[in-house]
Write a protein that binds this ligand. Structure first.
Ligand SMILES: [Zn+2]
Length: 273
Protein backbone atom coordinates (compact mmCIF):
# COMPACT_ATOMS: atom_id res chain seq x y z
CA UNK A 1 0.00 0.00 0.00
CA UNK A 2 1.29 3.45 -0.87
CA UNK A 3 0.74 6.15 1.70
CA UNK A 4 0.09 9.54 0.16
CA UNK A 5 1.01 12.62 2.13
CA UNK A 6 -0.54 16.00 1.48
CA UNK A 7 2.28 18.44 0.69
CA UNK A 8 2.12 21.79 2.51
CA UNK A 9 4.32 24.52 1.02
CA UNK A 10 6.97 25.99 3.29
CA UNK A 11 9.48 28.84 3.16
CA UNK A 12 13.13 28.43 4.22
CA UNK A 13 13.04 26.86 7.70
CA UNK A 14 16.28 28.61 8.64
CA UNK A 15 15.65 32.27 7.66
CA UNK A 16 12.00 32.40 6.55
CA UNK A 17 12.72 33.69 3.02
CA UNK A 18 10.59 32.13 0.28
CA UNK A 19 12.94 32.18 -2.73
CA UNK A 20 14.08 28.61 -3.32
CA UNK A 21 16.26 27.66 -6.30
CA UNK A 22 15.47 24.12 -7.53
CA UNK A 23 18.55 21.94 -6.99
CA UNK A 24 17.18 19.30 -9.39
CA UNK A 25 17.38 16.56 -6.75
CA UNK A 26 13.67 16.10 -6.06
CA UNK A 27 10.94 14.01 -7.63
CA UNK A 28 7.50 15.39 -8.44
CA UNK A 29 5.69 16.72 -6.42
CA UNK A 30 8.67 17.13 -4.06
CA UNK A 31 11.31 19.78 -4.80
CA UNK A 32 14.59 20.30 -2.96
CA UNK A 33 15.36 24.00 -3.03
CA UNK A 34 18.31 26.12 -1.96
CA UNK A 35 17.30 29.29 -0.14
CA UNK A 36 18.11 32.38 -2.22
CA UNK A 37 18.89 34.35 0.94
CA UNK A 38 20.84 32.01 3.29
CA UNK A 39 21.69 28.99 1.10
CA UNK A 40 19.91 26.42 3.29
CA UNK A 41 18.76 23.29 1.36
CA UNK A 42 15.24 22.11 2.12
CA UNK A 43 12.17 20.38 0.77
CA UNK A 44 9.82 23.14 -0.38
CA UNK A 45 6.79 21.23 0.93
CA UNK A 46 6.31 19.01 3.96
CA UNK A 47 3.66 16.77 5.47
CA UNK A 48 1.29 18.10 8.13
CA UNK A 49 1.79 17.15 11.78
CA UNK A 50 -1.74 15.67 11.76
CA UNK A 51 -0.78 13.22 8.99
CA UNK A 52 2.41 12.27 10.82
CA UNK A 53 0.57 11.75 14.08
CA UNK A 54 -1.97 9.21 12.95
CA UNK A 55 -1.35 7.55 9.64
CA UNK A 56 2.19 7.84 8.48
CA UNK A 57 5.32 6.52 10.06
CA UNK A 58 8.89 6.62 8.89
CA UNK A 59 9.62 2.98 9.61
CA UNK A 60 7.01 1.91 7.02
CA UNK A 61 8.13 4.58 4.56
CA UNK A 62 11.73 3.32 4.68
CA UNK A 63 10.66 -0.13 3.48
CA UNK A 64 8.60 1.32 0.60
CA UNK A 65 11.49 3.61 -0.38
CA UNK A 66 14.07 0.79 -0.35
CA UNK A 67 11.90 -1.21 -2.75
CA UNK A 68 11.42 1.77 -5.05
CA UNK A 69 15.16 2.42 -5.23
CA UNK A 70 16.00 -1.18 -5.93
CA UNK A 71 13.63 -1.11 -8.89
CA UNK A 72 14.59 2.34 -10.18
CA UNK A 73 18.39 2.15 -9.80
CA UNK A 74 19.54 -1.46 -9.57
CA UNK A 75 23.19 -0.79 -10.51
CA UNK A 76 23.63 2.26 -8.32
CA UNK A 77 21.98 0.54 -5.38
CA UNK A 78 24.07 -2.59 -5.89
CA UNK A 79 27.19 -0.43 -5.84
CA UNK A 80 26.02 1.36 -2.71
CA UNK A 81 25.44 -1.97 -0.95
CA UNK A 82 28.78 -3.38 -2.14
CA UNK A 83 30.74 -0.36 -0.94
CA UNK A 84 29.21 -0.34 2.54
CA UNK A 85 32.61 -1.50 3.79
CA UNK A 86 33.63 2.15 3.56
CA UNK A 87 31.45 2.77 6.62
CA UNK A 88 33.64 0.47 8.68
CA UNK A 89 37.00 2.08 7.92
CA UNK A 90 36.75 4.09 11.12
CA UNK A 91 35.12 3.30 14.49
CA UNK A 92 31.39 3.88 14.17
CA UNK A 93 30.23 6.71 16.36
CA UNK A 94 26.80 6.63 17.96
CA UNK A 95 24.70 9.49 19.26
CA UNK A 96 24.09 7.67 22.54
CA UNK A 97 27.76 6.97 23.23
CA UNK A 98 28.67 10.61 22.53
CA UNK A 99 26.00 11.62 25.04
CA UNK A 100 27.35 9.22 27.66
CA UNK A 101 30.85 10.68 27.20
CA UNK A 102 29.59 14.25 27.62
CA UNK A 103 26.84 13.91 30.26
CA UNK A 104 27.57 11.78 33.37
CA UNK A 105 23.88 11.15 34.21
CA UNK A 106 20.51 12.77 34.88
CA UNK A 107 17.45 13.60 32.80
CA UNK A 108 17.83 13.03 29.05
CA UNK A 109 15.25 13.86 26.40
CA UNK A 110 15.26 12.05 23.06
CA UNK A 111 13.45 14.20 20.47
CA UNK A 112 11.73 12.04 17.88
CA UNK A 113 12.34 9.06 20.15
CA UNK A 114 10.27 6.51 18.21
CA UNK A 115 9.52 3.54 20.46
CA UNK A 116 12.24 4.68 22.88
CA UNK A 117 15.12 2.38 21.94
CA UNK A 118 17.92 4.96 22.33
CA UNK A 119 16.70 6.23 25.70
CA UNK A 120 16.20 2.72 27.08
CA UNK A 121 19.73 1.74 26.05
CA UNK A 122 21.15 4.40 28.42
CA UNK A 123 22.48 3.00 31.72
CA UNK A 124 20.62 3.42 35.05
CA UNK A 125 22.13 6.79 35.98
CA UNK A 126 20.02 8.38 33.21
CA UNK A 127 16.25 8.94 33.32
CA UNK A 128 14.88 8.75 29.77
CA UNK A 129 12.28 11.19 28.44
CA UNK A 130 11.06 11.69 24.91
CA UNK A 131 8.86 13.48 22.42
CA UNK A 132 7.35 11.58 19.50
CA UNK A 133 4.85 12.60 16.81
CA UNK A 134 3.60 9.09 16.01
CA UNK A 135 0.82 8.18 18.42
CA UNK A 136 1.48 4.43 18.54
CA UNK A 137 5.26 4.81 18.97
CA UNK A 138 4.80 7.53 21.63
CA UNK A 139 2.53 5.29 23.69
CA UNK A 140 5.06 2.47 23.53
CA UNK A 141 7.91 4.78 24.58
CA UNK A 142 5.89 6.37 27.38
CA UNK A 143 5.15 3.02 29.00
CA UNK A 144 8.81 1.96 28.78
CA UNK A 145 10.20 5.31 30.03
CA UNK A 146 7.68 5.43 32.90
CA UNK A 147 9.17 2.21 34.29
CA UNK A 148 12.43 4.17 34.69
CA UNK A 149 10.86 7.35 36.07
CA UNK A 150 10.65 9.15 32.71
CA UNK A 151 7.88 9.91 30.21
CA UNK A 152 7.21 10.46 26.52
CA UNK A 153 5.03 13.28 25.17
CA UNK A 154 2.94 12.54 22.10
CA UNK A 155 3.01 15.86 20.24
CA UNK A 156 4.84 17.88 17.60
CA UNK A 157 8.29 18.48 19.12
CA UNK A 158 7.98 22.18 20.03
CA UNK A 159 4.67 21.55 21.76
CA UNK A 160 5.92 18.40 23.51
CA UNK A 161 9.07 20.13 24.77
CA UNK A 162 6.86 23.00 25.98
CA UNK A 163 5.23 20.62 28.48
CA UNK A 164 8.53 20.03 30.32
CA UNK A 165 9.92 22.36 33.01
CA UNK A 166 12.60 24.89 32.08
CA UNK A 167 16.20 23.68 32.58
CA UNK A 168 15.06 20.17 33.52
CA UNK A 169 17.34 18.23 31.14
CA UNK A 170 21.04 17.46 31.49
CA UNK A 171 21.23 16.03 28.00
CA UNK A 172 19.31 15.66 24.75
CA UNK A 173 19.54 13.36 21.74
CA UNK A 174 18.41 14.34 18.26
CA UNK A 175 19.34 11.15 16.47
CA UNK A 176 18.42 11.15 12.76
CA UNK A 177 15.49 13.39 13.67
CA UNK A 178 16.14 17.00 12.67
CA UNK A 179 16.17 16.18 8.93
CA UNK A 180 12.50 15.11 9.33
CA UNK A 181 11.32 18.16 11.27
CA UNK A 182 9.27 20.71 9.26
CA UNK A 183 10.01 23.46 11.80
CA UNK A 184 13.55 22.80 13.07
CA UNK A 185 14.34 26.32 14.34
CA UNK A 186 11.34 26.55 16.73
CA UNK A 187 12.22 23.06 18.00
CA UNK A 188 15.80 24.11 18.75
CA UNK A 189 14.47 27.18 20.58
CA UNK A 190 12.12 24.97 22.61
CA UNK A 191 15.05 22.68 23.38
CA UNK A 192 17.08 25.66 24.59
CA UNK A 193 14.42 26.41 27.21
CA UNK A 194 14.41 22.90 28.70
CA UNK A 195 18.16 22.17 28.54
CA UNK A 196 19.96 23.35 31.66
CA UNK A 197 22.84 25.85 31.25
CA UNK A 198 25.49 23.11 31.50
CA UNK A 199 23.53 20.62 29.39
CA UNK A 200 24.53 19.19 26.01
CA UNK A 201 22.41 18.14 23.05
CA UNK A 202 23.93 15.60 20.63
CA UNK A 203 22.66 15.95 17.07
CA UNK A 204 23.12 13.45 14.23
CA UNK A 205 21.89 14.33 10.73
CA UNK A 206 22.74 13.25 7.17
CA UNK A 207 25.66 15.27 5.79
CA UNK A 208 24.58 17.09 2.64
CA UNK A 209 28.21 18.23 2.30
CA UNK A 210 29.49 14.61 2.15
CA UNK A 211 31.35 13.31 -0.90
CA UNK A 212 28.73 10.59 -1.35
CA UNK A 213 25.97 13.24 -1.54
CA UNK A 214 27.86 15.06 -4.28
CA UNK A 215 28.56 11.89 -6.29
CA UNK A 216 25.22 10.09 -5.89
CA UNK A 217 23.07 13.21 -6.33
CA UNK A 218 19.37 12.20 -6.23
CA UNK A 219 20.38 8.61 -5.40
CA UNK A 220 22.24 9.59 -2.23
CA UNK A 221 20.91 7.66 0.77
CA UNK A 222 20.39 10.95 2.65
CA UNK A 223 17.75 12.05 0.14
CA UNK A 224 14.43 10.55 1.13
CA UNK A 225 11.28 12.05 -0.30
CA UNK A 226 9.21 13.29 1.37
CA UNK A 227 10.63 12.10 4.72
CA UNK A 228 13.74 14.27 4.80
CA UNK A 229 12.66 17.89 4.68
CA UNK A 230 15.98 19.53 5.72
CA UNK A 231 19.40 18.93 4.11
CA UNK A 232 22.00 20.10 6.62
CA UNK A 233 25.69 20.77 6.19
CA UNK A 234 27.83 21.36 9.29
CA UNK A 235 27.77 25.09 8.43
CA UNK A 236 24.00 25.36 7.98
CA UNK A 237 23.29 23.40 11.16
CA UNK A 238 25.67 25.64 13.10
CA UNK A 239 23.94 28.75 11.75
CA UNK A 240 20.49 27.51 12.77
CA UNK A 241 21.64 26.30 16.21
CA UNK A 242 23.35 29.63 16.93
CA UNK A 243 20.14 31.44 15.98
CA UNK A 244 18.40 29.30 18.63
CA UNK A 245 20.92 30.37 21.31
CA UNK A 246 23.46 27.53 21.24
CA UNK A 247 27.19 27.29 20.79
CA UNK A 248 28.17 24.45 18.47
CA UNK A 249 31.11 22.04 18.61
CA UNK A 250 31.88 19.07 16.37
CA UNK A 251 33.50 15.80 17.43
CA UNK A 252 37.06 15.36 16.23
CA UNK A 253 37.84 12.71 13.59
CA UNK A 254 34.20 11.76 13.00
CA UNK A 255 32.73 14.32 10.66
CA UNK A 256 34.69 13.14 7.66
CA UNK A 257 33.45 13.88 4.15
CA UNK A 258 33.38 10.09 3.60
CA UNK A 259 30.66 9.78 6.25
CA UNK A 260 27.02 10.11 5.14
CA UNK A 261 26.18 11.62 8.54
CA UNK A 262 27.70 14.17 10.85
CA UNK A 263 27.36 14.91 14.56
CA UNK A 264 27.21 18.21 16.45
CA UNK A 265 27.22 19.10 20.15
CA UNK A 266 24.94 21.98 21.11
CA UNK A 267 25.37 23.85 24.41
CA UNK A 268 23.36 26.86 25.61
CA UNK A 269 25.42 29.97 24.85
CA UNK A 270 26.41 31.98 27.94
CA UNK A 271 23.89 34.78 28.60
CA UNK A 272 24.88 38.17 27.17
CA UNK A 273 26.05 40.55 29.90
ZN1 LIG B 1 17.09 30.86 4.16
Amino acid sequence: MTVELRPILRACPSCGTDEPRDLGLGRSPWTIGECGACGFAYLTAAASYADLSDYYSWDKAIIIEAGRRKKAQPVVQWLDQKTRWRLHLFPRPETRTFLQDLVPGGHVVDIGCGSGKQGLALPDQYTPFGVEISRTLAEEADAAFAARGGACQHAPSSEGLGRFDADMFDGAMLNSYLEHEAEPLPVLKALHRVLNPTGVAVVKVPNFASWNAAVMKQNWCGIRLPDHVNYFTPDSLQEMAEAAGFTVAFPKLTNLPTNDNFWAFLRPAPAQA
